[in-house]
Design a binder for this molecule. Sequence first.
Ligand SMILES: Nc1ncnc2c1ncn2[C@@H]1O[C@H](COP(=O)(O)OP(=O)(O)OP(=O)(O)O)[C@@H](O)[C@H]1O
Length: 237
Amino acid sequence: MTIAIKNLHKKFGKNTVLKGVDVSVDEGRIYAILGPNGSGKTTLIKSILGMVIPDKGSIKVLDKTIKKDWKYRKKIDYLPQIANFPPNIRVKELIGMIKDLRNSPSSEQALIEQFGLEAFMDKKLSTLSGGTKQKVNLVLTFMFDSPLIILDEPTTGLEPKALISLKKIIKKEKEQGKTILITSHIMQFVEEIADEILYLLEGEIYFKGSIDTLMEQTRQNTFEHAIAALTTSDSHA
Ligand SMILES: Nc1ncnc2c1ncn2[C@@H]1O[C@H](COP(=O)(O)OP(=O)(O)OP(=O)(O)O)[C@@H](O)[C@H]1O
């Protein structure tokens, strides 16, 4: 098991976000973490990354309890929802800086070409469009070779060609045995890429299973409607 989460609780002030999340994630599969806005998807991801400290519960990543050992973080490639880098830095400097910080083997050239970023390497980040910044962030995420990849809204701002490249890259990583967690509000993307859905609602995992199972259980014709039905149905799937 790549990730095992037991009875995870997290509150921000009076706002209880996670109320006993129990979930496990197996190696070599693609999981989509879904749920309404504010349901705690990013909070769950950040708890796995050690960026949010839970109030209660346990998290194991690659068979180790993360509380005792921060070194596990090096085994995760993470694409944040909003990346904040210094605006004056140039793309190639940023890539170099992240390589130095991680101090792990990396291969960025093929990714730079795949996303058509060659002409932007000497540009300052502040001059890039939103979509181009996202492509740079994707290069920073995929240039390392970690067993676990976590992508928070990876499709944000991407044009169709880049979206196709992203899907290809994710599928290739899966073929290499990587475990991938993704949050996305784009159901067509999720339907194409995910092996399994983890649906967060009211602080718990309300549904875990394949897209086919979800469609059967909700008796809906499309995946988008099945997801929407989960939020409004009153019986636990
Ligand atoms: N650092 C924080 N301090 C206070 N409240 C927070 C913090 N981080 C998250 N929250 C709150 O926790 C709740 C869950 O937020 P989270 O970002 O995890 O949701 P999400 O499911 O990822 O949402 P979205 O789909 O909108 O991206 C929200 O009500 C949010 O306001």
